[in-house]
Structures are given as structure tokens and as C-alpha cells.
Design a protein around this ligand. Sequence first.
Ligand SMILES: Nc1ncnc2c1ncn2[C@@H]1O[C@H](COP(=O)(O)OP(=O)(O)O)[C@@H](O)[C@H]1O
Ligand SMILES: [Mg+2]
Length: 345
Amino acid sequence: MSIIERAADKLKINVDVEQKQAIKNIQRDIIHDSKRKIQKDTPDIERITEKFRNTITATPKIQPIEQQEVNNAIKINREYIDKPIYIPGRSAVGNKPNIDNHLSQPHINIDLDRLHRLGIVTPQHGKTQIAEQFRIIKRPLLTNAFSKNSGIKNGNLIMITSSLAGEGKSFCSTNLAMSIAMEMDNRVLLVDADVARPSIPKILDFNPDRKGLLDIILDQRLNVSDILTKTSVDKLTLISAGTRHPHATELLASQSMADILRELAQRYSDRIVIFDSPPLLLTSEARVLASQMGQIVLVVEAERTTQQTVKEALRQIESCDVINLIYNKARTSAASGYYGYYYSS
Ligand SMILES: Nc1ncnc2c1ncn2[C@@H]1O[C@H](COP(=O)(O)OP(=O)(O)O)[C@@H](O)[C@H]1O
Ligand SMILES: [Mg+2]
């Protein structure tokens, strides 16, 4: 049984037991398992990702991470075992005005120095190592999105996902969005679609209490321009996760969400739409979302995600033709320790 199967299994058994104790036990098991598996499996990650060799980019580790991410992953899982709910589809796209001019959400001011300290690419801080990495990562994505000959349907819709929580989806989504927004010709829309655990407000430092994705899924009267938020970075617009909902992740698999995606692909075909998404192995809805995306970026955490886990995640997204891998938090080879470690000082 995989770590995830076991975690899910335990959760089902323990649903009625005191939640704190159950989570503690699972966390202990997972940490124990991953310690064992890391030693056994890590070198093999190279082999299984061979198919994607040309698309793999190693993203340097720039600051220490916290193990508590594993704990948070379990919470998403609890939500998943609740009963499904039915949300009706939205009406056809129609001729609603297409533009950000009359956006009702308050504007967000992004503190670029703070962002730089978190390891995110900014227009002000020049050619850092992380900026260089994301320059390489975005290039094929942009070509796929806008090249007439690419033959990729909805190539401007890009999902950033991973097998498990804490691998760096939000980190990579924000970096990619900033990197693209810094280009002369490209506009980018960053969507916080990890709706059960939204973290874009924490990274960009804004109040999460604003209308967003969950609101538009549930309320037929809203349209995309009601939830778009402009930022102080000229070419970067946001859609936040929206008002909390007990079935947040399930809503991503609704017909209403599919209609919104179609609308984004058509109406915003001139810009890249990046979805910071839930992890594939903890929610079945992430797979549904993946099946509607033009391109997928799978973030793989170096030295933690096992071969088996990556294989399983790749199986979930087989239906998408364009899959890129980011090997995240990779160490440098020699004594210099982690790549770009100076960022955290
Ligand atoms: N390349 C990296 N170097 C250093 N820290 C990273 C890197 N990628 C992610 N992190 C850190 O790891 C933690 C989890 O990343 P996050 O993007 O929130 O994961 P996810 O969205 O997949 O749950 C965060 O504290 C983040 O800052
Ligand atoms: Mg996240």
C-alpha cells in the first residue's frame, strides 16, 4: 500500500476518532515512510522521468522548508471523503464585455522587496539564479500557448500541480506568473485554484476576504470580470480562491467550473492563465481539472517525492498531451550546499 493509500485508509477508519490524534499518527507514519523511501527511491526518479527529459528543469532550493506541510495535506484529504454535491453548469459565454477596466475588486499592491526576500522573481532585482531558472521554464510554455502550429487546445491554460502538498506548487506558480508578467508582450492571470488551502494571499501579502473562484462557481450572476483583481505589477491580474466553502475542492470538478475554464480559454486567449492547483494524489478533483488544461506543469520535490509517487501522479494526468516537470528544491552538486542559498540571508 502506498503512503497515500495508507493515509486515506487510516482517515476513513478514524473519521470518528479524535481528529488530532489521527492526524498525528498519520504524520508520524508518513515521515517514517518517506525517510525510508527517500534512500531507496530517490536515484530512480531520474529514470522514470526519462520520457520528460527535455522538459525537466531543476529549480534551486532557496530557503529551508517546514515539515508541517504533510499535516496540512491530510486536511485536504478529510474534505475529499465528505459527500459529493451537485452544482449546475453556467450559461453559455455570450457577449459579455471583455476587459479589466471596470473591475470591482480592490487593487492589490505587491511589495516587491518582500517578494524578493521570499525567493520570488521580481522586475527590480535583476538576473538572479531563480529568475534565470524560470526564464528557461516559461519559454516552452509560451511557445506552446501562442504558436499557431502547436496544435495544442487551450494551450494558454496552464495547471501547476504536484503529487502531494508542500512540493512547491504555489512557489512555482507565483514565480512563473511574475516571470511572464515581466515580459514586454505577455499578460498573465494567476488563479488560486488550490481552493482548500489557498496560499497566494500569503505569498503576495493581501487580505484573502475577496470574491474569487469559489464565488463565481456558485453564483451564476457573477462573471469573470467581477472576480478579477488588478495588481501593482502592470501585466499581472489575479483571481483569488474566494469565499471559503466546505466542499471547496469538489467544486473544481463541477460543470460550472468547466464553463468558467472555457470562458477563460476563449475570452483571455491572448494571455497566459496559470492555475495554482491542488495536489493530484490527495484529491480526485485535481485530475478532472487537469483534463481540461492545455498544459500541465508537475512539480516534483527533490529528495522527498518517491519514484512510485511520481509515477502515480503521471498516471492521473495521462489525458493531457503537454506535461512539463519541474524538479524543485534541488541541491547543487558540490560543497556549495543549496543553490542560491544566499537568498535566505
Ligand atoms: N525552490 C524552493 N526553494 C526553497 N523553498 C521552496 C522552494 N519551493 C518551495 N519552497 C517552500 O516550500 C514550502 C511549500 O511550498 P508551496 O509552494 O507552498 O507548496 P505547495 O503549494 O505545493 O503546497 C513553502 O514554504 C515554500 O516557500
Ligand atoms: Mg500551495
